[in-house]
Write a protein that binds this ligand. Structure first.
Ligand code: ATP
Ligand code: MG
Length: 508
């Protein structure tokens, strides 16, 4: 029987329809990133597209080197210096983050998109107390106001500091001369030596008094000028803060008006209002407020006795606790989108499960959308609403968690599925043969073909298109072409799927 041809999509420009009721938070299109190195140009990401929906967890899974971190770092705007965005866009709330100015980007990054990494130690400052590291992020929100304040008072401050410094130099000389004279007397030096010390003291004293007479009144004036300028700066900064607050209140007012009478939008409206209220209260945070809020998030992420922990250093925390701190820091900015790059890889299994649960809980409580990166499909099963499988800088299969776990179609996904340790036997059943390709010379055609026993002739020549398996499920493999020989997934994968379906009570 003729096999029916599956439709394909142009993966660069579309990732399929957005399901009803879903809202796109962040959208990546045709992203290509390369790195310039001594050995040549590394094609790390080669045309990645996906949408992140509001409130979902999208897992990106793939072996080491497949381009997961590079993709997420590009979204965060923290690509390494030798990296280059060859093509594509990252759209967040209508703005292409690859195009906005650096200043604008920092605002979005700090506020709206948060990221946590594999190694919590590398994102914490080892010599700064935990509490300070958490509050710093909050106070940074008001930092441009602080900069403005400092800029206004700069001239007066510098003048005062200079005059004070000049005076203190002569005073230090005078004090030193006094000490030498006392020393000379104490150690019963010769009369001549004492005499020299006395002359020296008299000279230094005269210089100091002269300077004091000259600079004293000046310093007084400087202080007054600085105090006046500080008052001016305070007014200016308050104006700026009020303006910011008003702008946000106004926006909030519009949202309130627009949604007030619409029941359906009520839920969405509530989250927007909450978000903006929090934003407004964030505009200027005092140290005291910041501490109170830090203690609150520390408790929220499950740090026992936050009051005591607030004053400790990172080394005094266990790995799991450190990761909680990093999550707390990310949360203080109230991000919309949280990117987690292998946040539990460095932790042991029990702690890993706790952190995953924490991320799931916080996602719901804070109305966040999560991009969760891992090489472990076992972790994906506990987290994902949808899954994107990456290989050699491309997404090779994506769909809902059910699509990818119960109806996988790409040989690479089969390989990943057969390599996860079995839940019951804990045995890693089949390692993926071979090694990931050298991305300076990405293979022609289907990059996985070299390692796949299902590869067919065309795999080595031409890149497969993205086939549409269903509205939610897409994969790029020639095996889905009607001309390809009919292939069934490996027995080990189908057996595992059957077992887990049976366990879930979905199959007899
Ligand atoms: N600064 C850099 N310079 C050169 N090559 C780089 C740089 N950063 C990443 N790469 C390369 O880009 C490719 C993708 O790397 P990436 O870190 O995204 O992999 P990954 O999927 O996150 O893997 P892992 O699971 O090991 O974290 C790799 O080939 C890597 O060597
Ligand atoms: Mg990585």
């Amino acid at each position: 029987m003729e096999r029916q041809a599956l439709p394909t999509i142009d993966f660069a420009t579309t990732v399929g329809p957005v399901p009803a009721g879903k809202e796109v938070k962040l959208s990546v299109r045709d992203l290509a990133i390369s790195f310039y190195t001594d050995k040549g140009r590394v094609h790390a990401v080669r045309g990645v597209s996906f949408d992140l929906y509001r409130g979902e967890t999208l897992c990106i899974v793939g072996e080491s080197g497949s381009g997961k971190s590079v993709t997420s770092r590009t979204i965060m705007g923290i690509l390494a210096g030798n990296g280059h965005i060859d093509s594509g866009s990252v759209t967040y709330e209508g703005e292409d983050l690859t195009k906005v100015s650096e200043e604008e980007f920092h605002r979005i990054r700090g506020d709206k998109i948060g990221m946590i990494f594999q190694d919590p130690l590398s994102s914490l400052n080892p010599i700064m107390r935990i509490g300070k590291q958490i509050t710093e992020v909050m106070v940074i929100n008001g930092n441009h106001l602080k900069h403005k304040h400092d800029e206004i008072i700069k001239t007066e401050l510098v003048k005062l500091k200079n005059d004070e410094r000049l005076l203190s130099i002569t005073r230090d000389d005078f004090i030193y001369a006094k000490k030498s004279l006392n020393g000379a007397k104490k150690h019963k030096k010769t009369a001549e030596e004492i005499k020299t010390a006395e002359t020296e003291l008299a000279t230094k004293k005269a210089i100091y008094e002269g300077k004091k007479a000259e600079l004293g009144p000046k310093i007084k004036e400087d202080r007054k000028a600085l105090a006046d300028k500080k008052r001016v700066a305070a007014v200016e900064v308050k104006k700026m803060a009020d303006k910011l607050k008003n702008e946000h209140r106004e926006r909030l007012g519009k949202v309130v008006d627009a949604f007030k009478h619409n029941h359906k939008l009520n839920l969405f409206y509530k989250s927007v209002v909450k978000e903006h209220r929090e934003y407004i209260s964030n505009i200027r945070v005092t140290q005291k407020e910041a501490k109170a809020r830090a203690l609150k998030v520390m408790a929220e992420v499950g740090i026992p006795s936050p009051e005591k922990r607030f004053n400790q250093y990172p080394f005094e925390f266990s790995g799991g606790m450190r990761q909680r701190i990093v999550i707390a820091i990310a949360l203080t900015a109230n991000p919309d989108v949280l990117i987690c790059d292998e946040p539990t890889t460095a932790l042991d299994v029990t702690i890993q499960a706790q952190i995953l649960e924490l991320i799931n809980r916080l996602k719901v409580a804070h109305h966040m959308s999560v991009i969760f990166i891992t090489h472990d499909l076992g972790v994906v099963a506990n987290m994902a609403d949808r899954v994107a499988v990456m290989y050699a800088g491309k997404i090779v299969e994506f769909g809902t968690a059910a699509d990818v776990f119960y109806h996988p179609v790409h040989p690479y996904t089969w390989a990943l599925l057969s390599s996860i340790p079995d839940v019951d036997s804990k045995e890693r059943l089949e390692a993926i043969p071979g090694t990931p390709p050298n991305m300076i010379y990405p293979p022609k055609g289907d990059a996985f073909a070299l390692r796949s026993k299902y590869a067919i002739g065309i795999d080595f020549k031409e890149e497969p298109p993205m086939y549409k398996v269903s509205d939610t499920h897409y994969a790029s493999t020639w095996l889905l072409d009607p001309r390809a020989p009919k292939t069934v997934m490996p027995k080990i994968v189908s057996t595992r799927i059957e077992n887990s379906l049976r366990k879930a009570g979905l199959k007899k």
